[in-house]
Design a protein around this ligand. Structure first.
Ligand SMILES: [Zn+2]
Length: 508
């Protein structure tokens, strides 16, 4: 069945009341209002199934190091920006893989320009922090500081910290950075959802949400200031949701939907937990952040609190296996989990033996297609021949695994068309040919991962996911039929408007 259509859609009380197919464009009728989009095509509203709303808003506000082609460019941008959190300079988005040589920077690079101002810069994947000597001093980190559990302080040959902190070690610094104000967060959310809406998103699965941010989302939703529906998966690594007394909620435009855990880090910082050592650094397998028992314990607590959706970040094949073990253990101990949605966020490197276990446990693969193309060159170095077992979208579908898609913004662009393009073409930047072309998807399959499958992964498919009478009026209107146009043209499409629960946002 085609997903894209042209014609007149009548909206009554936030639902689609009638669809009259008609070639030539899209008309939205609501009460006495009638808005035409000549040449437009209507799609079910696009969902980003894995993103970080506050992170995107803060990325707009806190200096954007993403795409910086060198560490010198990073430093130039920081000079232009200046301190933004008390006396600290805080920014994110750097990626040494874009630099030549692709080596981690050091504190000394920053010390030359910022001898006394503390600087803390988060890597594009959020799994490494680049700091200067002033920041290390304030945090009291020296050669004598031990690596914390689940993290590492990168050191030189004399044992001196180089200014790079991985995963849990990042917190040694972060605890000294002044907190953002609630107004900062509120503005970040408003800016992020407006930006997401302008590129065609009608709903976002917001991952790793801090309990203290939930009331801001709820209030903005009640005030009608969210241009997308937001579903929150609350931070749970240290039972944060439970300590804060967070329970699931059922709001129209904001809903506390689930709990988010992390089983490992990311490939870029060699924090993803692999079964075999890294090809380009045989001394490490990455870092497993939680054991099977620890994951199962958190899931059990979340189920007891009434949550029915658990999302666990797992990038390396060892992490994926660990999460599947935990899902299995939970299902063996507690029967009747039919209504529980167990999601493996990223699902990047999956050992072939573990694919059938997705089906057995009902695990959902929540993937980010742009990670595949933008990380391809790096993944080849990190994984060697194992790249053949990574980013296997076609294989997931062939096995009957539910595949939903997102961007992980602000790690990648928040434009869902970038993800649909990556699904369909799978061409890494700077290359001409698709990378493992057999794993490409059709445009229809790609759009399904951003619509109906995302709603299935959030238990909302009874209300949203296709354009039909009685469904929620969540619609994305684009200027061409991306379902049938040549794949090379998908990225050229423009979003003309979105409709969320019957409210029209025009973007052209
Ligand atoms: Zn993420």
């Amino acid at each position: 069945m085609a997903l894209a259509l042209q014609g007149e859609l009548t909206i009554v009380r936030g639902k689609i009341a009638a669809i009259e197919p008609r070639a030539g464009g899209v008309t939205i009728r609501s009460g006495t209002r009638r808005v035409e989009f000549p040449g437009g095509w209507a799609l079910p509203g696009l969902v980003d199934a894995h993103a970080h709303v506050v992170g995107l808003g803060l990325a707009f506000r806190e200096g954007y190091l993403r795409d910086a082609p060198s560490k010198h460019e990073c430093i130039e941008r920081l000079i232009a920006h200046g301190p933004n959190r008390g006396e600290w300079i805080v920014a994110r988005g750097w990626n040494q893989e874009l630099w030549s040589p692709p080596l981690f920077p050091t504190r000394y690079d920053l010390d030359r320009v910022f001898p006394t101002t503390p600087v803390a810069l988060t890597r594009v994947d959020g799994h490494a922090l680049w700091v200067n000597s002033s920041a290390l001093e304030r945090a009291g980190i020296t050669a004598a500081t031990p690596d914390p559990a689940g993290g590492a302080i990168v050191r030189d040959e004399h044992g001196m910290p180089t200014g790079i902190l991985l995963d849990a070690a990042m917190e040694l610094i972060q605890q000294y950075i002044p907190e953002r104000t609630l107004e900062d967060i509120e503005h970040a959310i408003i800016e992020a959802t407006a930006a997401a809406s302008s590129v065609g998103l009608t709903e976002i699965h917001d991952m790793d949400v801090l309990p203290e941010h939930l009331p801001i989302f709820t209030q903005l939703a009640e005030q009608g200031k969210l241009h997308c529906r937001i579903l929150s998966w609350v931070r749970g690594q240290r039972f944060e949701w439970h300590s804060a007394g967070v329970l699931p909620t059922t709001g129209e435009f904001h809903r506390v939907a689930g709990i988010k855990l992390f089983a490992d880090g990311a490939l870029g910082s060699r924090g993803a937990a692999l079964l075999e050592p890294y090809t380009d650094d045989p001394s490490t397998h990455g870092i497993l952040l939680l054991t099977v028992e620890e994951i199962a314990e958190r899931i059990k607590r979340a189920l007891d609190d009434g949550f029915s959706s658990i999302a666990v970040h797992a990038i390396g094949d060892r992490a994926v296996r660990t999460v599947l073990d935990a899902f299995e253990q939970i299902q063996q101990r507690y029967a009747a989990l039919d209504n529980v949605r167990l999601r493996i966020e990223h699902s990047q490197v999956v050992h072939p033996d573990d694919l059938p276990r997705y089906v057995q446990t009902g695990a959902i693969a929540s993937v980010q297609p742009i990670h595949c193309t933008s990380d391809a060159a790096m993944a080849e170095r990190r994984l060697g021949t194992r790249t053949a077992t990574a980013y296997r979208w076609r294989l997931f579908l062939q096995h009957g695994v539910l595949l939903c898609a997102g961007s992980d913004f602000p790690v990648e662009s928040h434009n869902p068309l970038s993800g649909i393009d990556a699904f369909c073409r799978r061409i890494p930047p700077g290359r001409e040919h698709p990378w493992y072309p057999e794993e490409r998807l059709s445009a229809t399959e790609a759009i399904e991962a951003y619509t109906i499958n995302a709603h299935r992964a959030a238990d909302m498919s009874y209300r949203r996911g296709w354009l039909a009478v009685g469904m929620d009026a969540d619609i994305t209107i684009v200027d061409r039929n991306i379902e049938v146009c040549p794949a090379e043209e998908i990225l050229q499409a423009r979003t003309l408007a979105t409709v969320v629960g019957g409210t029209l946002y025009e973007h052209a």
